[in-house]
Write a protein that binds this ligand. Structure first.
Ligand SMILES: C[S@@+](CC[C@H](N)C(=O)[O-])C[C@H]1O[C@@H](n2cnc3c(N)ncnc32)[C@H](O)[C@@H]1O
Length: 373
């Protein structure tokens, strides 16, 4: 089946690595900065569960790219002739949407009516302009020479994102990039609303440490599952010293330190990045410690120098946008760890080493399928 997914801008490389281990028999048909069309034998239900997809769709049919109204009329003709596949979702209503080159677009009323009739006839559903219902989207992408007619897949239920929090999709991407292992002691020393911790909680772990100097004000908005998960330890410690965390005791850090753009830092930026990096270097496992660090793109060269001066290696760099702000993601660890990958002696790691991110994804996928059964 053919699928279309949208994801946070700039994470295309991470997604391409990750997807091949998340869905079966995967091949890319089209890809740009924030979306991908791919073929896979996986079911729509499986694709709907991809945690880092902002939206996921089944591509029902395509036409060569013409005007949106011409394409809509062509889709009506195709749908009258073509069998409509059974898809997840049981609501009796549906609505049409058009999303062309990244923006919502409108359809000529005649072309819309015609297409609505064709969808009704094929699915037995009625038009529902408001509220919860199935959505069929006409989608065009700037560099794709066809227009797609797609059915949107239901989104998994998720906890509401707190103010200032990184989105669930990006949080899961960053956690996945850390090659999570079932025996990890995981730390986010600048955990804020807990969005990375929540994503990490979807997976097996030995311990999940949340720390933030402002724990008390964030705690009020914690979802119940964060407060109740026995693996989670809550700390309110300065990330530059972390007095309760002993040397070399952490397997993996995924974090988003203050950017120094919206708040004052306790030290000049360069000194702050050095102190953060030294603190990572102290608490991370001396052989296999890994990290994923999200920072403002402006500050990335300074962070890189500081991380490397602290004896940590940057294995991959991704340029992304966070709420429209240019940001950089560093994926790395101890020089030996970036070659061998995490999860070193986990008994579920049966596959031969495939490259660091893929090992994490297999673990993730196994874990997710266990959770969703
Ligand atoms: C950019 S925010 C992290 C946002 C988080 N990723 C989220 O999605 O909610 C940075 C966080 O670091 C915390 N913070 C700032 N300085 C700190 C320090 N020295 N030690 C620990 N936490 C600190 C702030 O309270 C803030 O919650």
């Amino acid at each position: 089946m053919r699928y279309f997914i949208q994801y946070p801008a700039g994470t295309s490389d991470l997604i391409a690595d990750a997807l091949s281990n998340f869905v079966d028999d995967f091949s890319v048909h089209y890809r740009d900065d924030s979306a991908m069309v791919f073929d896979s034998t996986s079911s729509p239900e499986q694709v709907a569960r991809i945690p880092f997809a902002k939206n996921a769709f089944v591509v029902l049919t395509t036409t060569p790219r013409k005007s949106i109204d011409q394409s809509a009329r062509q889709f009506s003709g195709i749908l009258r002739r073509q069998h409509f596949p059974a898809l997840p979702g049981r609501t009796p209503g549906f609505r049409l949407m058009a999303h062309i080159d990244g923006e919502l677009s409108s359809l000529d009323p005649g072309a819309r009516k015609d297409l609505e009739k064709a969808v009704s006839a094929s699915t037995g559903r009625h038009v529902e302009p408001r509220g919860k219902c199935e959505e069929y989207w006409l989608i065009g992408r700037l560099d794709l020479d066809e227009l797609m007619f797609c059915a949107r897949l239901p989104k998994p239920a998720r906890t509401k994102k707190g103010r200032g929090a990184v989105s669930h999709e990006l949080s899961s991407m960053l956690v996945l990039a850390s090659r999570p292992g079932a025996r990890d002691v995981y730390l986010d020393p600048f955990a804020g609303s807990g969005s990375f911790v929540l994503s990490r909680m979807d997976l097996p772990a030995r311990e999940i440490i949340y720390s933030d100097t402002d724990l008390e004000s964030h705690r009020e908005n914690f979802p119940d599952e964060l407060a109740q998960d026995k693996r989670v330890r809550l700390l309110s410690e300065d990330a530059l010293t972390l007095p309760s965390i002993s040397d070399g005791s952490v397997d993996v850090i995924v974090t988003d330190p203050p950017w120094g753009e919206y708040e004052e830092l306790p030290l000049p930026y360069e000194e702050f990045t050095r102190a953060v990096s030294d603190s990572f270097a102290r608490v991370l496992d001396p052989e296999t410690g890994r990290f994923v660090l999200l920072c403002a793109r402006r500050g990335a060269p300074t962070y890189r120098t500081s991380l490397e001066s602290a004896g940590l290696a940057v294995d991959a760099t991704h340029e992304i946008l966070v709420n429209g702000h240019p940001a950089t993601v560093f994926v790395g660890g101890r020089p030996s760890a970036t070659e061998t990958g995490g999860d070193r002696d986990d008994d579920h790691r049966t596959a031969p080493p495939q490259g660091p991110l893929l090992v994490g994804m297999s673990t993730y996928r196994r874990a997710m399928s266990r959770f969703s059964q």
